[in-house]
Design a protein around this ligand. Structure first.
Ligand code: NAD
Length: 329
């Protein structure tokens, strides 16, 4: 199978490409993988160094909003797995424009090229954040999108466009929506790598508001396993949730990270809450479990310990990125 992976130099996309080419996912058998990535502040070719030079792997630096580049790389592909996105909620609050441009327009440019070239399958990789916030219970795939942040709204827009290409043009589109990921190669602006690297540097960690917000955590490799199942066996026009089943408040997670790094509560700095901060996300993932046999395999305790160890041992990876992690003012 010839697979185009957009955003393959980012956190989740690079895990997907490494897992494909290093034999950890079934779709990887005999696959030819092309990565399309514009290398924004969040993209890093070093994330792909474990597979650089492999037979069947190619990297193209290009923008998903550029119809000329997109047309060239989409031609001849059997599948597109679309990760490329602006992904940091705080940045979308500071400036929503790049989010609309990349996440909505970029997705439309890709869909159009995939339609023109008769690509077999288009996987739109999305997030639980499109649903807004849920006080109790869990969202199902039939729950209506009600996004609150500009990031989530741009992802919801992209998902709806992708599904419209299925309904209007009969394209083979599937949408995955996943909960919060953690693991290695995660850009140090997001909570787990930010807090871990700050603690390893002897610095404080900025906890939003009272830290009551609850997120469902999933190891990034399990997310990629779910995408692999959907790529091979998902039904066209359907949405599939990929959940982790480990719900933690930010305060609880902070406590675990302090312990893992041998730091005390004095290292927490309470900062004003994020505007419009969603209180709780929770996905039901019965559908993918029943239809495709998905199960998260990495236990949270073991996964978090491995992740903290990875940051401890890969200072040379994250140190140069810490400067880039500052929000634009
Ligand atoms: N990280 C999570 O917890 C999580 C959870 C659910 C869903 N997702 C989804 O997974 C996808 C990947 O998330 P991530 O955490 O890896 O993000 P990331 O920010 O780490 O990576 C995004 C990648 O996309 C590239 N990119 C951005 N704009 C581009 C453009 N215009 N053209 C080409 N490439 C561009 C960047 O260079 C980077 O390599 C996103 O679509 C996100 O919505 C992420």
């Amino acid at each position: 199978m010839r697979i185009l992976v957009t955003g393959g130099a980012g956190f989740v996309g690079s895990q997907f490409v490494r897992a494909l080419l290093l034999g950890r996912l079934a779709s990887g058998a005999g696959a030819r993988v092309t990565v399309l990535d514009s290398l924004t502040y969040a993209g890093n070719e070093a994330n792909l160094s474990p597979v650089a030079g492999r037979e069947g792997y190619a990297f193209v630096r290009g923008d998903v909003r550029d119809p000329v580049v997109v047309d060239e790389v989409v031609r001849g592909q059997d599948a597109v797995v679309h990760f490329a996105a602006e992904s940091h909620v705080d940045r979308s609050i500071a400036d929503a424009a790049p989010f609309v441009a990349t996440n909505v327009l970029g997705t439309q440019v890709l869909l159009e090229a995939a339609r023109r070239h008769g690509v077999g399958r288009f996987v739109q990789v999305s997030t639980d954040e499109v649903y807004g916030s849920i006080a109790a219970g869990s969202w199902t795939e039939g729950s209506p999108p009600a996004p609150n942040s500009p990031y989530a709204a741009s992802k919801a827009g992209a998902d709806l466009l992708a599904l419209s290409y299925h309904r209007t043009h009969g394209m083979d589109v599937v949408v995955t929506r996943c909960s919060n990921n953690y693991g290695p190669y995660h850009f140090p602006e997001k909570m787990i790598p930010l807090f871990t690297t700050n603690l390893l540097d002897g610095r404080k960690v900025p906890l939003y508001g009272d830290g009551r917000q609850v997120r469902d955590w999933l190891h990034v490799l399990d997310h990629c396993r779910g995408i692999d199942l959907v790529l091979r066996g998902g039904r066209a026009g359907e949405v599939y949730h990929i959940g982790g089943g480990t719900e933690l408040s930010n305060r609880e997670l902070t406590g675990l990270l302090l312990r893992a790094c041998g730091a005390g509560p004095d290292r927490v700095e309470h900062v004003p809450d994020r505007k419009g901060h969603d209180l709780r996300y929770s996905l039901s993932f019965e559908k993918i479990r029943e239809e495709l046999g998905y199960e998260p395999l990495v236990g949270f305790q073991e996964g978090l310990a491995d992740t903290v160890r990875w940051y401890r041992e890969h200072r040379s990876w994250w140190e140069p990125l810490k400067g880039r992690a500052a929000l634009p003012v």
